[in-house]
Ligand binder design. Structure first.
Ligand code: NAD
Length: 451
């Protein structure tokens, strides 16, 4: 569905009028196009002073591999003397900051470059997670503090600029390149204000970066339209053999989506008691599953019928639990399987009229976190994405005033596109994503709901 207001304020009179009235003027976000490099402009690089060079070494190697034009913090003033100098990327390694005084380095770096970040710019801060800091309160408070900072600059900078924190466990630096390739590129257009934890589990596997999912058999539920259709397209772009599932009533649409990418159509209701068995029969052993199918049946709790309640809980939550359980206990997943569940920011923030939906989507997060613990000593992963307002058929049915509020109440002042969720899911499905397990990544343009 289209955002007419967002299009109107792109230029000319529409933009001038909106600005004069103090209305939001969302910019057109950069989105990934085939062949585009990960790093699309100059990089400002900051490293807090200290003995641990493991992250800084990794960053230097990564930036070198990507032919980045880098300005380090000691050269910033010199570079910025050129009034045309602008950065597309700013990275700050805070892993050596162990007290409040040390946080001044974060201020100095970002204060210097604050007015010099380009539209759709990318800011990434690399910090240490709790498991590395919990015996040192000064260290812990400093590393946690940067998340509040990152969430604030993303709100201040606007212009489609994102800021995210990669909490990297000591020994997990090997997983930083895969995370940076997503968070610095245009693929993460609508992901901002997030904290993602990288753990040291698993080895980094060499794969074809142009086709990272080559040879991987992946099932997508709810694949006939909206976010599911976008996921199918992106997974096929990345080389996956895609199985597309949706309700039998939508077989014609499903066949169209699957046909376009040389995938397979699987008409099936995921609440069928034998859904897991039918999936194994149709697909064999899967390397990944994207639990995307979902419904809303909104009513306040006082007005909600029992059937609306049950339908939403069954489709959005119980079906995922039943299918995962069946596949995990019947060898339906390969050793490096990736499971991605689609939750929602409603499941994090709650929403009027969505007790059933928010409950189901919060339950999905519980399922992901608990299952991730059972994967601890394996190379399987399970994660969730939590979309905010995404332009699909589902959101087109929301009444106008609520829809417009939902669309604008985020740092990007616009709704996301299905492809934004799809790119995030594809990143989590990669064989290289072994260090990411049990995480919830919001794809919400930093919605103010539940932030
Ligand atoms: P959509 O309504 O366009 O698509 C959902 C798909 O799921 C449909 O094709 C539908 O037929 C399928 N489906 C429903 N019940 C099914 C069942 N029992 N068995 C098999 N397939 C079934 O919705 P969308 O906007 O693309 O949303 C996709 C997912 O993203 C959902 O889980 C939704 O809750 C979640 N989400 C969407 C948004 C948004 O803004 N659009 C925000 C947060 C979360």
């Amino acid at each position: 569905m289209t955002d007419r207001y967002g299009e109107l304020v792109q230029k000319g009179l529409g933009r001038t009028v909106a600005k004069n009235l103090g209305l939001p003027t969302p910019i057109k976000l950069d989105r990934h196009v085939a062949g585009q490099p990960v790093i699309r402009g100059e990089v400002a690089l900051g490293v807090a002073t200290g003995d641990d060079t493991s992250v800084a070494d990794c960053l230097n190697q990564f930036l070198q591999n990507h032919d980045a034009k880098i300005t380090t913090q000691d050269k910033l003033s010199e570079r910025l003397a050129d009034e045309n100098a602008r950065f597309k990327v700013a990275i700050f390694d805070v892993t050596n900051i162990k007290d409040v005084a040390g946080l001044t380095q974060v201020y100095e770096f970002f204060h210097t470059i604050a007015r010099r970040i380009k539209s759709s710019g990318r800011i990434v801060i690399i910090a240490r997670p709790e498991c590395c800091t919990d015996t040192d309160i000064g260290f812990a408070l400093a590393q946690r503090a940067v998340l509040g900072f990152a969430k604030s600059i993303a709100k201040e900078f606007k212009k489609g600029i994102s800021a995210n924190v990669l909490y990297t466990q000591i020994g997990a630096e090997k997983h930083l390149p895969h995370a940076l390739e997503f968070f610095l590129s245009a693929k993460s257009a609508y992901v901002s204000g997030q904290a993602v934890k990288l753990t040291k589990r698993g080895d980094v596997i060499a794969i074809d970066d142009k086709k990272p999912l080559k040879g991987k058999k992946i099932l997508v539920t709810g694949a006939s339209r909206g976010i599911g259709e976008a996921v199918v397209n992106i997974l096929a772009r990345d080389g996956a053999d895609v199985y597309c599932l949706d309700v039998p009533a939508l077989l014609a649409d499903l066949q169209k989506v699957a046909g376009k990418v040389g995938g397979h159509a699987l008409p099936l209701d995921i609440t069928d008691p034998n859904a897991g068995g039918q999936i194994i029969k149709a697909c064999g052993v899967l390397d990944g599953i994207v639990h995307n199918a979902g419904v809303t049946r909104d009513k306040t709790i006082a007005n909600m019928s029992a059937d609306k309640w049950e339908m939403v809980l069954n489709i959005n939550l119980n079906a995922i639990y039943q299918i995962n359980t069946h596949l995990l206990t019947n060898n339906g997943f390969s050793d490096m399987a990736r499971i991605v569940c689609v939750s929602s920011i409603s499941g994090i923030a709650g929403n009027v009229g969505q007790t059933n939906y928010a409950m189901s989507k919060a339950g999905v997060i519980g399922l992901v976190e608990a299952t991730a613990k059972t994967f601890k000593d394996t190379t399987k992963t399970i994660n969730a994405v939590a979309p905010g307002f995404i332009e699909t058929k589902m959101t087109s049915t929301i009444p106008f005033a609520i829809r417009e509020a939902g669309r604008r109440m985020n740092s990007m002042s616009q709704g996301g596109e299905p492809v934004d969720v799809a790119e995030t899911i594809a990143w989590l499905l990669s064989p290289k994503a072994v260090g990411i397990n049990g995480q919830v990544v919001r794809v919400c343009g930093q919605s103010i709901l539940g932030a």
